[in-house]
Design a protein around this ligand. Structure first.
Ligand code: HEM
Length: 129
């Protein structure tokens, strides 16, 4: 993958998106899982490499829609593999090839240009995973 500096416009949305300053709030896995588009009163989140993006209101992550399988999860492996299989929607991406890790990084760039960062995913004990 090219660096940001080389290709600033890479994965830029067609319509400009006004993003808030990224937040560094602690978000537990338990909380992330509730933010799956099915829990009333909760936003919809997708995490990539511990960064949590707020995708609330984006139809494609709603129940029954194409990318709902990613909602409330950190689907690093699925994104790297270009898979929609629920079994691949896991955080561990160590076994991916360099090329697949590049794909995952490209998705990170894609999300970071569209969705507000609302926090960092941590384990229940509060330490960084
Ligand atoms: C038949 C295969 C597929 C088609 C035709 C398709 C089509 C599309 C289209 C048209 C978009 C919208 C692009 C945009 O807003 O700029 C999109 C977005 C996306 N696709 Fe696919 N896709 C396919 C397969 C997959 C697979 C296998 C994955 C698994 C990683 C995937 C993950 C995503 C994600 C994460 C988005 C971003 C959604 C968003 O937040 O806007 N797609 N896809």
């Amino acid at each position: 993958m090219s660096t940001e500096g080389q290709q600033k416009e890479r994965f830029a949305p067609k319509q400009p998106v006004e993003l808030a300053d990224p937040k560094d709030d602690v978000i537990t896995l338990e909380h992330l899982q509730k933010c799956n588009g099915e829990t009333e009163g909760y936003p919809t989140y997708v995490a990539i490499k511990k960064t949590v993006f707020d995708v609330t209101g984006k139809e494609t992550y709603a129940p029954g829609k194409s990318y709902h399988v990613f909602a409330g999860k950190e689907p690093n492996r699925a994104l790297g593999l270009s898979s929609l299989a629920e079994a691949d929607c896991v955080a561990d991406y160590e076994s991916l090839t360099e090329q697949q890790k590049g794909v995952l990084n490209d998705w990170y760039t894609f999300f970071s240009k569209r969705y507000n960062i609302v926090g960092r995913l941590v384990d229940e004990s509060g330490s960084n995973l």
